[in-house]
Write a protein that binds this ligand. Structure first.
Ligand code: ZN
Length: 413
């Protein structure tokens, strides 16, 4: 679930024509296939102002009955002459921090007592911790006990604003089907704070901002990385009260910058030995594991050790600890349950928004915009279904993906 602005030139924060999109992916399909936008299906689209005020009630009325029916009856279809029935269960939720708290009925304050949906650390206490206290992890048992026996005060102390209606499903519980998303935690959060800190330290070490920007802009990005050229970094003369925040960077470009920043500086002959740079180099090893398409148990253990060492050093250099870098500590548990985190990231869902944004711009009519966009999506999905009827459909998909992956770095003729 995510909110996005369709037709507003003044920015993403404007609420007019803001849509709330609920997408579904079928995890049975091959991984290469479910990462394609055609196979991310639309469950529900609505004006955000109409649904986000009382999201639990909207889900209870619209989505929950359908999910219950799928769980109970499944989908029956004919394949190679035989009828087959497949049960469909809700496996996990994906959203940004605010969206996840709204979907699960947790409170929406990230500077108070319950900013993390996986543990009960407060915004104050998580500023100084670099390893998890397992006794503070949330549990299904405690949650259910508070819902059935606790009073409002006890529930609020645990961060529960309202009961998560999705718990009525047989195979889903909001305290067990945890999911994390490194796009919102790191690319859209932690990295935006870390990069300005590194750059300010580099300036203090004798490398002016124009030299660093020349290194970034002058580095020839190739392949997919080059689709969105990197902007020069802008920093105000004085550090703002809230701390520096990298502006003008999307999650994708920020990821490219963080991944290639050491190479960019090396190519420009810049050698940094500042404390923040040494911490940043530790982060590189963590990112390598996050991006890995497959992982082993030993890698997960090493990942956790690296995260603890990284956060310890990050806190030591007075880096700003919020719930976003704190979530790194929970990644180990999620990886053990669900495998490589690159398959849980929401990059592709964000990509799905572009279909709706582009069509809303072309359409120019904003009456019943949500219905217009949903109808358009149906047409696009019908085309996908037609394509899926082709013989050897999966082979064709894999071939087209291989072509794109192997030759994307070649210059276009
Ligand atoms: Zn936590």
């Amino acid at each position: 679930m995510d909110e996005f602005t369709t037709s507003c030139p003044i920015g993403n924060t404007a609420s007019i024509y803001k849509m709330a999109g609920f997408y579904i992916r079928l995890m049975n399909l091959p991984l290469d296939m479910i990462s394609q936008l055609d196979h991310i299906m639309l469950a529900c689209l609505a004006h955000a102002v109409d649904v986000m005020g009382d999201l639990q009630e909207i889900i209870r009325l619209i989505l929950l009955p359908q999910l219950k029916k799928l769980e109970l009856e499944g989908i029956t279809f004919r394949y190679q002459g035989a009828e087959k029935n497949f049960k469909v269960i809700l496996y996990r939720l994906s959203a940004d921090n605010l969206g996840f708290h709204q979907l699960t009925g947790l409170n929406r304050c990230f500077s108070g007592n319950n900013p993390c949906w996986m543990c009960t650390e407060t915004a104050e206490s998580l500023r100084t911790i670099w390893c998890l206290n397992v006794r503070r992890n949330r549990s299904r048992h405690h949650y259910d006990h508070l819902i059935s026996n606790g009073n409002d005060e006890q529930r609020l102390a645990y961060g529960i604003k309202s009961d998560c209606c999705l718990n009525e499903l047989q195979y889903f519980h909001c305290m067990e089907n945890f999911s994390v998303d490194y796009m919102h935690d790191l690319h859209d959060g932690h990295f935006l704070r870390l990069i300005p800190r590194i750059v300010r330290d580099a300036i203090d070490a004798g490398f002016p901002l124009p030299i660093i920007n020349n290194a970034i802009v002058g580095f020839g990005l190739v392949g997919n990385d080059g689709n969105n050229p990197l902007r020069p970094i802008y920093l105000p003369a004085q550090i703002p009260e809230n701390g520096d925040n990298l502006s003008g960077y999307t999650a994708k470009t920020c990821g490219v910058l963080v991944r290639l920043f050491p190479l960019m500086l090396k190519c420009a002959g810049i050698r940094l030995h500042t404390p923040s740079w040494l911490v940043f180099m530790k982060l590189q090893r963590i990112i390598d594991i996050l991006y890995a398409p497959s992982i082993t148990e030993a890698t997960i253990l090493m990942f956790n050790t690296l995260v603890e060492a990284y956060l310890k050093d990050y806190i030591a250099i007075r880096g700003k600890m919020t719930v976003k870098p704190h979530k790194l500590l929970h990644y180990k548990a999620v990886m053990e349950e669900m495998g490589p985190l690159r398959h849980l990231a929401t990059f592709r869902y964000e990509g799905k928004h572009s279909h709706f944004k582009q069509y809303a711009n072309v359409n120019r009519c904003f009456k019943n915009l949500q219905t217009t966009l949903a109808d358009k999506n149906e047409l696009m999905f019908a085309r996908t279904l037609m394509k899926m009827k082709a013989r050897k459909f999966l082979n064709l998909i894999l071939l087209s993906l291989n072509d794109r992956c192997q030759f994307s770095w070649l210059p276009r003729k």
